[in-house]
Design a protein around this ligand. Structure first.
Ligand code: SF4
Length: 452
């Protein structure tokens, strides 16, 4: 099982975070007793992919990834088959589930399009013992259009975390060392127009039973837990039970979660209790500081809520990572306004994402405004500008993004906070990662000027 290496063309986050390949660990838990599995994390490995194929001589190669990994995944399958045409390839992951057509390739034998964590063992049996092909998996020759998909089933086994034992110490997320991932729910009940997460679950929302979540949590050795739910802060009742169970069982962890600004503002009592049981950081999709834009995104949160959101988080000393969407019609004053509001709200860490019409979301632009080819997958990373800016040149738009990052992340007050809060090793890692991202943006600006 292989987690692909990001292309050097992809801007970003891999310089600031490398987290465990949870989906492969889940598949690993579904292997049969007769199977032996090796997970190769190509983000961390220095060796070539081919060298692992030659060393392990697999019968089956499984690869999962995101939109930015599509070409790499296909090239891995091709390379494996060149080494031995007996190797069968299985591809899955969130992009394959939403856009399986992108993996139509002579080098890919099976695509897992629905309920991978339920059907994987049956798929192995199908390959090995010629049992029936489970619904949700497609052979190379199967027609995607004419085969019905089963309904969603969100059951998952406990991931086999030992399967990445040799990598575990190296997983980190922005200022958090040795991070483990966990999922307590799937999907999100909201309907933001730009959001790919809700497309993955077909708009459905499913919470795992609390006893299962607590049992899994108790088995995790790491203290830092990154809850990779699309929206962890949703259900007051569930969260209250979660808080009680953590207290009762005396579980001592630090949590990093995704949550909506309105939940935080409206549920200060829950946020207080969550802070007490270890909530350290919340990633909040603020998206915009304009009600007009928020309406367009169907965010269903008025901007005025954000003051209360930040008041609650600051009171509880919970760090916030803010994501902001930058639509192509922004001019310099819009960038300035965004930076001013971010600073006035006391937000120290941001992820600035140019509005990107990801496939099958509700964000659409006319073809002639799309400036990155759909097949140039590594650049569909939510950091590249994919839609022609209307008021600035592409180079100036990138420059404004870079200026905004510099102004927010490297202001004296924020630097002081970094130096007084985090370990020198983590600080060095983050500064080095930030430097690499800056270099990538500078290269983009140079390229854009050349093509102007
Ligand atoms: S609240 Fe977050 S996860 Fe839910 S639809 Fe909106 S952006 Fe997606």
């Amino acid at each position: 099982m292989v987690r692909p290496k990001p292309s050097p063309e992809t801007i970003g986050l891999q310089h600031l975070m490398v987290v465990e390949p949870l989906e492969l660990e889940i598949l690993c838990a579904l292997k049969r007793n007769s199977d032996s599995v090796v997970i190769v994390d190509m983000i961390l490995e220095k060796r070539t992919f081919e060298s692992f194929v030659i060393e392990h001589k697999p019968d089956i190669l499984c690869v999962t990834g995101y939109i930015t990994n599509v070409s790499t995944i296909i090239s891995y399958c091709e390379s494996a088959k060149k080494i031995s045409d007996k190797i069968l390839s299985i591809v899955g992951g969130v992009h394959c589930e939403v856009c399986p057509e992108d993996f139509e390739s002579e080098f890919i034998d099976f695509r897992v399009v629905r309920n991978a964590a339920v059907i994987f063992t049956d798929l192995l049996n199908h390959i090995d013992k010629k049992t029936e092909l489970p619904k949700g998996a497609f052979r190379k020759e199967d027609s995607l259009a004419n085969t019905a998909l089963p309904s969603y089933n969100f059951s998952i086994p406990f991931p086999d975390r030992n399967s990445v034992a040799k990598y575990r110490d190296k997983y980190f997320y922005i200022f958090h060392a040795k991070v483990a991932l966990m999922k307590t729910s799937f999907g999100c009940p909201f309907q933001c127009s730009f959001c790919f997460c809700r497309v993955i679950t077909g708009g459905k929302y499913h919470q795992r039973p609390l006893h299962e979540v607590i049992q899994e949590l108790e088995q995790i050795k790491e203290t830092e837990i990154y809850m990779v739910d699309d929206d962890f802060l949703f259900d007051r009742k569930w969260l209250q039970s979660f808080i009680s169970a953590i207290k009762q069982r005396n579980i001592r962890k630090h949590f990093l979660v995704y949550g909506r600004a309105d939940f935080i503002a409206d549920n200060s009592d829950i946020m207080h209790q969550l802070a007490q049981i270890g909530l350290r950081t919340v990633i909040v999709g603020f998206e915009s500081f304009s009600d007009k834009e928020l309406d367009k995104y169907n965010k269903k949160i008025p901007v005025e809520t954000y003051k209360e959101t930040m008041a609650v988080l600051n009171r509880e000393k919970i760090d916030v990572f803010a994501t902001i969407i930058i639509p192509p019609d922004w001019d310099r004053s819009d960038f300035k306004n965004m930076v001013d509001v971010i600073k006035s709200l006391g937000i120290h860490f941001v992820n600035l994402q140019p509005l990107t019409p990801l496939p099958k979301t509700e964000v659409r632009f006319p073809e002639d405004q799309i400036i990155i080819d759909k097949l140039n997958y590594p650049q569909w990373d939510l950091a590249h500008i994919t839609v022609q800016p209307t008021k600035l040149s592409v180079a100036d738009f990138y420059q404004e993004i870079l200026n905004a990052y510099n102004s927010i992340l490297y202001s004296p007050g924020v630097l002081w906070k970094y130096f007084t809060t985090y370990s020198p090793v983590m600080l060095f890692k983050m500064l080095a990662g930030g430097y690499r991202v800056t270099k990538q943006y500078k290269r983009k600006i140079k390229e854009a000027k050349k093509h102007a």
